[in-house]
Design a protein around this ligand. Structure first.
Ligand SMILES: [Cu+2]
Length: 388
């Protein structure tokens, strides 16, 4: 693993990044080199732009391939570190027949968000954030999603899952596209269990998705329905001690076309470029990790997740209790594909373990992250708290 003192090779990579384009050139070296011309692909020259006369890696704690400066998370109303475990569980009540009813309120809202230091994107959002809230429920529950379009364009919510045509959130079915000011309640039973996706299905589709109208939709299995896999089901069911043992997090892979040329300039997991490199994700080595991974990247046919120095089991769409692929270190998704990754750093030495898209371009343009693996004792001493 690489040390926090940056090895030479990481510094050199930073030079490649500065040459990625005029916008990125100023973005990467933003804080101090704002407005300066990027120097193309000369790594020595690009590196010097990080500061006048200073050693090039002065003050850069987490590797050279990153952005300079910070995103104003407060203004964004969205902190990537908190988003990892922010499960939107809705309002729960019981229907006359005894079925659990879970209700959510979602509004489509136009909102400018900062996706990298100083790089603002005019997003269309669900509830003000990109991705929208991570909706989480349990298999078999009645789901009601009260949706209001407070944005400036017609929108819908299309849920991946099983439901009637009228609830599909597509033009020509049910209420179809909802115009600004209109609202609708989507209602269906949560099935099948797994890691799903929701997004706007208004046309032109790629514009509505790329602008930010998407999110993760997780249906936990009901252990009572799966007697042969009860323990596995309980480990996934939010609120059980078995689930509490896992370090769960959601990651939505996405990209942003900042100049609207139909090609992405910035990539990330959960929107903010290099967020989990600037602030690595604390992971307790003794407890297993479960990542709910969704690909919402528009314009590029595929995206991927690659884990360093370790391997994971993969559950395609999260709809099985047994891995559909075992002991892999890279998984590739087309748009809307998703799954569950399970792995452990038990027995590993503490340190920074990278993970990122294995398309080098995506990694260099923001989809680059780190797990900060530490022993349990560190967490008990409060060191495991995210430094946010
Ligand atoms: Cu839309």
């Amino acid at each position: 693993m690489f040390d926090k003192k940056i090895p030479r090779r990481f510094f050199l990579k930073s030079g490649l990044m500065a040459g990625a384009g005029t916008l990125l050139g100023s973005m990467i070296w933003g804080g101090e080199a704002q407005g300066r011309e990027s120097s193309g692909t000369d790594p020595e020259h690009a590196g010097r732009q990080a500061g006048d006369g200073e050693p090039p890696h002065e003050g850069m704690d987490h590797g050279g391939m990153t952005t300079v400066g910070t995103v104003d998370h407060e203004r964004n109303g969205f902190h990537p570190g908190e988003f990892l475990t922010r499960w939107e569980t809705g309002t729960i009540s019981t229907l006359p027949g005894g079925q659990t009813l879970r209700e959510y309120e979602i509004a489509a809202v136009d909102r400018e968000i900062e996706i990298a230091p100083g790089v603002f994107f005019p997003a269309w959002t669900y509830n003000g954030t990109v991705p929208g809230p991570t909706l989480r429920c349990t298999e078999g529950e009645r789901i009601r999603v009260h949706f209001i379009n407070s944005g400036s364009h017609p929108h819908t919510i299309h849920f991946h899952g099983i439901h009637s045509a009228a609830m599909d959130g597509v033009p020509g079915s049910g209420p179809g596209m909802l115009h600004p000011g209109e609202s609708f309640t989507y209602e269906f039973d949560a099935a099948p269990f797994g890691c799903h996706f929701y997004h706007c299905h208004s046309t032109p589709l790629k514009r509505h998705i790329h602008k930010g109208l998407y999110g993760a939709f997780i249906i936990d299995p009901d252990p009572e329905r799966h007697p042969d896999y009860r323990d596995a089901a309980r480990s996934r069911l939010l609120g059980t001690p078995e689930n509490e043992h896992w370090q769960e997090m959601v990651m939505v892979m996405n990209g942003f076309d900042t100049d609207f040329d139909g090609d992405n300039e910035v990539y990330a997991a959960n929107t903010v470029a290099f967020a989990y490199q600037h602030e690595p994700i604390p992971v307790e080595s003794e407890r297993p990790v479960r990542v709910y991974l969704v690909n919402a990247t528009e314009f590029d046919p595929i995206n991927s997740f690659h884990l360093h120095a370790n391997f994971f089991d993969f559950y395609d769409h999260g709809t099985t209790f047994y891995p559909s692929r075992e002991t892999i270190d890279t998984v590739m998704f087309c748009q809307a594909q998703r799954g569950i990754l399970e792995f452990s750093f038990d027995g590993f030495e503490p340190g920074n373990y990278m993970f990122h898209a294995h398309q080098s371009e995506f990694a260099e343009l923001g989809w680059m992250s780190i797990f900060d693996v530490r022993p349990a004792a560190d967490f008990q001493n409060g060191k495991g708290e995210s430094e946010v």
